[in-house]
Design a protein around this ligand. Sequence first.
Ligand code: ZN
Length: 680
Amino acid sequence: MKKVYVLPLVALTLLAGCQNKQPKFQYNVDKFYDLEILRYDVPEFDQLTLQQKQLVYCLSEAALWGRDILFDQNGRYNLRIRRTCEALYLNANANTKANDEFEKFEKYLKRIWFSNGIHHHYSEDKFLPEFTQEWFVTACAEAGVAYDPAILPVMFDPAVMPKRTTAQDGVDLVLNSAGNYYGEGVTQKEAEAWYAAHKDNSPEPLWIGLNSQLVHLTPTLSQGEGASPLGGDGREVLVERVYRVGGLYGEALEHIVYWLNEALRYAENDQQREVLRKLIAFNETGDLRLFNEYCIAWVKDLDSRVDFVNGFTETYTDPLGITGTWESMVNFKDLNATHRTQLISENAQWFEDHSTTDPKYKKEEVKGVSAKVITAAILAGDCYPATPIGINLPNANWIRKEYGSKSVTIDNLMHAYNEAAKGNGFNEEFMIDDEIRALYEQYGALCGDLHTDLHECVGHGSGKLMPCVTKDALKEHASTIEEARADLFGLYYLADPKLVELGLLPNNEAYKAGYYQQMMNGAMTQLVRIEPGKDIEEAHMRNRQLIANWVLEHAENGEVMIIERNDKHYLQIFDYEGLRRLYGELLAEIQRITSEGDYKAAKEMVERYAVKVNPELHQEILARYQQLNLAPYKGFVNPVYTAIRDKEGNISDVRIDFTEGYIEQHLRYSRDYSPLPDVN
Ligand code: ZN
């Protein structure tokens, strides 16, 4: 599923983190260009059993050994460039280091680590060094660093490999993308013809091309793998180099397989052993049948506390969207958050019965779902340093349909975003007074969590459609209305004494932090993510603005308004209970629209409140946001796990440490986990 990278505002608005962590944890690590490096805590690691810790350790080793693969997938010169730069960084003489250019060089190297290559991880444009080629060549010579001169134009010439993955109309997408999924000179036409000829159209298809590079057939490769005649003249133009032990990236996959085998010793149950065995066999053979079996086994493993992703997964960097980039994430269930969602879901019927919706739209029997919240233990490959905030896998649609999928949110990363954002000036700029800021500091994250839980565990599952109304009745507005319905359900109950009674909120004031945050974000601050002059497109953003603007327009008794003070606009809530009544009214209407399949009303509602942006307010918000000078992209350093071994060499304990810095970490990974040759 498409990765959602966290932009700064999301940290304050989406699912917030957990409570009661040690206050002194150092979340902010480094900041350069448009990037900020954070550190994440791994709460509950100490409460894992020894066996679970051993498993996390082995899986995290398996994760770290894949780092080189992604560098090479992102561009065939990336490993050479990274290694040359690292060698210069470590061996530069005092004279070189004293030069101002060295500072620019260090920033360039930090950027390479962040992007797993020389293209920006998000825009995919090549970034150019701020130091000159002459300086670089001289510095390398003085440091005795030898390198392949082919890297110079790749690093310094803006015209060479300008884009990692291009989506430009009318150009050859393969030839014009720097990604290394196709050999040199392979054209889009050739690649598409090959995929078309080899596509598996069976009901349980193999994902042909997921784990391979397509290259031109040469005499040395003619006996290679995957070379099967196309038919006709019996000639094949392209041949597949399969990612597997003994094949492409075999040197890294060998280490991964070793650690997956070690993990097998500590697996929690038979199902997890099955997952590991299938993945090992797939890495050894590259056989896509085994990959399907692995995905199915993984979906079925719901009982293990520890879980992981390790392999060729997302396909956005391949210009043709077929080959998977390598990624890994090891995680375990967050029991605290899981308890929270269980409690909410056990009370699903109570919530359904007491909502403001018309009784005829209520479900007689409603079942809550318990959301899975996880704690990330290590991030690697395409999940590192920038990382998604959720996992929704596998990607094969037929497996999702027949066997389901796992969808989880990663609480400790969200918590790190929130903590790191504290004191960045955002709340000081946009929240109206100290009182609400203090309330938000204290309860904002908890309210964010609970709102998300209510939205996911009971909101989406509530209500019913009238007979004859089909699911797609609201057409292009269905997702905005559906998200608004779930959000309003959550907002309405956030202020309910029931939450205090259940022990989910500490008092009857805390919810106000969540109410203020929703209104401020929906009406104002989420606009920082919209370019000037553009409409709001994304369903969740539309839903948030719909709710906020509808409420502002219907707050006839001044319950809530946007006021002006010193030429700046702020949201002010005068009557929280009145605001709750308005949320309840809108919930009833949105439920009616959904239950009746009232397309006309949905369209009017969305067009009136959700899409258009007030241009003056937008400009003001953007200007105020810009002067805060926040880095729009975040990434992480990992904790360091150390295995303590007994005399027989068995792991007797696993220690976790959070002190490693960004530069140290990458230099260590490059030293200890870099098995691939320069040219693959
Ligand atoms: Zn939703």
